[in-house]
Design a protein around this ligand. Structure first.
Ligand code: FAD
Ligand code: EPU
Length: 330
């Protein structure tokens, strides 16, 4: 049984029935599905195998970067199996701005549109022009425009039921020459007239200070999404917690950092059975020492439970949790 521990960055010891890498659409269609259940993945930085997976794992390795200079900017068509950070570094080296805020996010290019990766004031969906997809259930190949992808906060059409058998094969980006630097985020606001290289370096610096390197300490980045609550609930919480941070999403909604709730609930730096709530960023759970899936789920459920109890706010996982037969919920 193939070993999965090096295939997902949280690193829980686990195996699957069969594993194949595919380098082309044809190879994918030939392989799919020899076994069920079947899981399509990239680099496993948002996937946690909590136990042995009794199915087939298909790993996207479709490579290639095609560049086209067009009036007003550069368009790129990138194989879904390319590494995300390598792509960002390449564009910045070429002098093309637009992706620099998303430096050092682990994972593959093909996974970027799935949860619409975002950091430091930018989401990948803002630079994606088109996504090429194959529906492995029918073999049909088609493209979605940016608006058809229905990008939202850690969300897209690719998370909906209708997209269950879609595999992203290529992603097209549009990097306009006149893109303004995105510096609204506190950590970037202090930069004076920054170039894409300046932002790229600063983002790497900030990320390395806050987030554990998965090559050193197993983790999957933010375990939970930042919850959006009603303005009424936010104002109620503010009465008892005047320092509660919040970002206005609309007239009726405020997004509150999950890290703040987890920190106030007392989990920051806590460890149990090899799983820790990271001491510098409590939204990240880490595999401190031979963590099992059970220990991870227990820690995540304890956090969820306490946050509901204290604040009446439900935290939803950002990561994809997999059990023996497929997806598991908290
Ligand atoms: P995987 O974990 O392999 O897959 C993730 C999901 O996408 C799964 O549901 C999988 O089935 C699906 N999928 C993967 N490839 C395809 C495909 N080709 N077609 C269809 N479905 C596919 N995320 C952020 O948004 N912002 C951050 O700042 C950030 N920081 C992180 C920091 C650390 C240290 C870590 C470990 C993770 C971080 N993440 C962040 C999460 C992660 O990097 C992203 O979700 C990334 O896009 C996952 O890429 P992957 O290839 O590893 O995906
Ligand atoms: N906070 C605390 N205690 C802490 C740390 C943070 O209370 O120990 C509170 C503070 O109020 C702080 C706030 O949380 O201002 C936000 O913290 P941070 O700037 O570190 O960002 P985040 O909201 O926790 C999000 C993303 C990250 C992304 C960063 C930067 C989500 C779920 N997470 O984290 O994405 O890198 O912003 O833009 O939206 C990921 O998705 O895996 C990920 C790492």
């Amino acid at each position: 049984m193939p070993d999965l521990s090096q295939r997902h960055t949280f690193g829980i010891a686990s195996r699957c029935r069969v594993l194949h890498e595919f380098c082309s659409v044809q190879q994918l269609l030939d392989l799919y599905p020899r076994e069920t259940p079947c899981y399509i993945m990239g680099e496993g930085s948002n996937t946690i195998f909590t136990e042995d997976y009794d199915g087939q794992v298909l790993v996207n390795k479709i490579a290639g970067v095609e560049v086209c200079h067009e009036p007003g900017g550069v368009s790129l068509r990138v194989g879904a199996g390319e590494n995300w950070h390598t792509l960002v570094a390449y564009t910045v080296e070429q002098g093309w701005g637009g992706l620099e805020n998303l430096a050092l996010i682990p994972g593959s290019v093909g996974a970027a549109p799935i949860q619409n990766i975002g950091a430091y004031g930018l989401e990948a969906g803002e630079r994606i022009r088109e996504v090429e997809v194959v529906d492995v259930a029918t073999g049909r190949q088609f493209s979605l425009t940016q608006s058809e992808c229905r990008f939202g906060y850690r969300d897209s059409i690719f998370k909906r039921a209708e997209a269950q058998s879609w595999v992203v094969t290529y992603v097209h980006f549009w990097l306009a020459e006149d893109i303004a630097p995105v510096t609204a985020y506190a950590e970037l606001a202090a930069l004076d007239n920054p170039t894409p290289v300046d932002i790229f370096n600063k983002v790497i610096d900030v990320r390395q200070q806050k987030l554990p390197d998965p090559a050193v300490l197993g983790n999957a980045g933010s375990f939970f999404k930042n919850p959006t609550i009603t303005t009424t609930q936010y104002n109620e919480l503010k009465k008892t917690h005047p320092a509660i941070p919040g970002f206005v999403v609309s007239d009726q909604q405020v997004k509150v950092p999950a890290a703040w709730f987890i920190d106030r609930a007392g989990f920051k730096g806590q460890c149990k059975d090899g799983v820790c709530c990271y001491h510098r960023q409590p939204l990240v759970l880490v595999n401190q020492h031979h963590a099992t899936g059970q220990a991870l789920l227990a820690m995540a459920r304890a956090i969820q439970h306490k946050v509901v109890q204290l604040f009446s706010v439900t935290l939803s996982p950002e990561v994809r949790l997999l059990g023996k037969q497929g997806r598991v919920e908290l």
